[in-house]
Design a protein around this ligand. Sequence first.
Ligand code: FNR
Length: 326
Amino acid sequence: MDYRNRLILAPMVRVGTLPFRMLAAQYGADITYGEEIVDHKLLKCERLINETLGTIDFVERGTDNVVFRTCEEEKHRVVFQIGTSNASRALSAAMLVCKDVAAVDVNMGCPKSFSVSGGMGAALLTKPELIHDILTTLKRNLDIPVTCKIRLLKSSNDTVELARRIEKTGVAALAVHGRRVADRPRDPAKWGEIAEIVQALSVPVIANGDVFDYEDFECIRAVTGAASVMVARGAAWNASIFSPKGKLPWESVKKEYIRKSILWDNDIKSTKHTLKEMIMHYSSLELAEGKAVNKSNTLADLAELYGEQEYFSDVISSRLLQITVR
Ligand code: FNR
């Protein structure tokens, strides 16, 4: 895994499932992070080969709840992001997926209360010993790269000091979201503070925050000196942001996303959530389309809503045929 000169799809809960990662890669993303999955949750899963879809599924035992789905085609670029507050639990979870993904990343930036109250995400930023323990444990025991994603601390000096400690654990790269824990998404990302971290480290730094167009990849790289760039909202709204040819109309990206969701039998909640991210940005959830998406209960409903019934039936027929042949 090379972390230099890479355009990276950021981890996004409910967005970064297999169809969205494949979509981003189709438009040009070099590395695609999955949504954060908490170690406890993964530890309840068994690894199953899904021959019908051609995927590897991590399914919660005793249920049909697919917690993580991946496929051979993305193995060289998919990063599994883990939510954890404990080194040995993180390792047990990472061991389950490590043969199927390109790298493992630890989320150290999530400010949401469910994360922080469990000692995960941004709660780790104030516990450098625990960070050290988690990262060195993963690094020592895994054959794939280990990275983490942090936010800025109160002062730039503090962030640089923490970044230096993280570098010493042997991580392959460090992703920095240029906001502090208390910052809102609308607050501008502090590219200048990412630059200070880049200057202090020799390990590749992945700059993250406020990339909304293809040109911004170059801007943030020029300002920060970062090795690579990661984008979240700009990609959720229009995944073709990764294309050097410029963004495609969001309607066509949306259609492609729906097709991919059907193809990979994506979870309906995740599909709806991702569509809503797009609609909220370009239109409104109060208009007819938003309301109809809200009401949809299945992928078949969404196929009908977007005139993809024929594609839907073709996919279902070819799955049935495969099962019959087997
Ligand atoms: C996020 N973010 C996030 N970060 C993370 O480390 N793990 C995660 O699972 C998520 N989930 C998530 C969901 C959604 C819908 C959004 C919008 C964001 C944060 C994200 O990766 C990124 O750090 C910030 O959004 C800043 O980047 P942008 O949006 O300015 O490009």
